[in-house]
Design a protein around this ligand. Sequence first.
Ligand code: GLA
Length: 373
Amino acid sequence: MFAMRAPGRVNIIGEHTDYNDGFCLPMALPFDTVIAVSSYLEPHRVEIRSEGFGSARIRTDKPNHELAEWALPIAGVLWLLEAQGIPAGGWRGKVASDIPAGASLSSSAAIEVAVAKVVLHLNGIQWAPLQVAEVGQQAETDFVGIPTGIMDQFISAGAVNGHAGLLDCRELTLTKTRLPDNVTIAVMDTGTRRRLVDVAYAERRATCERTAAELGLVSLRDATMQDLARLSAEDQVGYQRAAHVISENERTLAAVGAMEAGDTALLGTLMNQSHDSLRDQFEVSSPALDQIVKAAREAPGCLGARMTGGGFAGCAVALVASDLVDQFRSQVLASYNYLDLTHDGDRGAKIWFCDPQAGASLDLLLPVASDVK
Ligand code: GLA
């Protein structure tokens, strides 16, 4: 019996850049998905019980698209590993997670990474974080149906404790990067959840790829603002999306420089610019995200704030002076009042102050398993 954990993430800066071969700067959160694993005699079968979702029996040798939606990322990873000749069945898992689902904190990537690491561990195989991440990303694309980049799975698998990670999504490298000492990352949940985003995400990605092709480039990573003058005057949307990606890549590299120099004012300004670009040029923000970002920017200690992740709902991220976190939290919670009438859960905002955590890890302690009901 063992347990495998994989964390969710928040992206500090570098949004909608990963699938353009660009740069992003996420960190792993103190929210995890944990799978407690016990053996099960039938090969090619996995039995999964998930807190809050129910149970699923998955055949690892035969893709079955009739599975419940929550089980698809799990099954996708199992099928992909078995297709590579790695026996993926013969175990039973209980899954628990405190990563809010649909909140742009990568709950889906965390389960994919955890499942891949369970199977690898059972087979005595060691893979680098990138290889683990690639299987998760492929499961998300092929079986969940969302053509995501590599960011979420890569940081969940490979984060280094105490550090954010600069991902170069062309070179596929993760470089650990320290946050300055006197600031804290605040994750701010608007209480809104995504709907119909998958279509919008795929559409944004397709527009970026089409625009790069029109410019004769492999990806928008290679584009400059001067290049955009070559786009047809009618292609306002392609222009805007590409302008965001080009400037966001620049901001992300500048943010790493600011972190290294301890220039928290510059880092915060870059985060503010990132949000404004995502709202106006890439058009993936929402009224709730804009409202919480505005509330954050007006609160004591805030150096910068922006939406995080794919967008449209979920969470935003702020950089806050560590000695003012309590005042920051009270003011944001007092001034944020967006009401999502279509969401039945708890509608209030939530704020968590988070230190960067390590990526996925194995836990051999039995108490972890018994904690999972
Ligand atoms: C989602 C995707 C990531 C990335 C972000 C936007 O989180 O899973 O790959 O594209 O959106 O930056």
